[in-house]
Design a protein. Sequence first.
Length: 179
Amino acid sequence: MQRIVPAILSLHHHRDLLEREPVIYRPSACPHCGLARLWGHGCYARKADRRPEPSGSLNPVLIPRFFCQGCRQTCSRLPECIAPRRWYDWVLQQAVLLLVLGGGSLHQAALRFGLDRRTVRRWWVWLGERSDEFGLFLRARFSDLGRAVDFRGFWRGCLAAMPLSRAMAWLDQDGVVVP
Ligand SMILES: [Zn+2]
């Protein structure tokens, strides 16, 4: 889908880049029809800063949109640090998943990070259900990951090699819908 712009790891960085160098957000081609003629189409606001106020909320976070002159559809581009269609960012999801991958229970993870247990379960089930597909693409890019023998080993190795946000950005580039 190429919805994620890699290597933008914080909301501060995103805000600065969007102001100074907005061109880096422009997709090379329309994700709907493939045409390479996209116009900037403003921004929409997203409440992406999940830190409790008043510790410096960056909301509303602006997300750039683009308009395709061919099919007349719009698309948007997210910095790597924001998870598409999820309330929480990748950093928190990664911390939770690593705890459970390391043998912690869903209950422990929920308590540790102050989350609803159903949220933690949803993320864990998601990783399990998508693991074969994600693993296929990630192993094709990073052959070292091919050595892992099982699900837990694979994801612990993967998240030691790169943050979850980067793994998702690679998958997004390969056309996999994440999360
Ligand atoms: Zn198009």
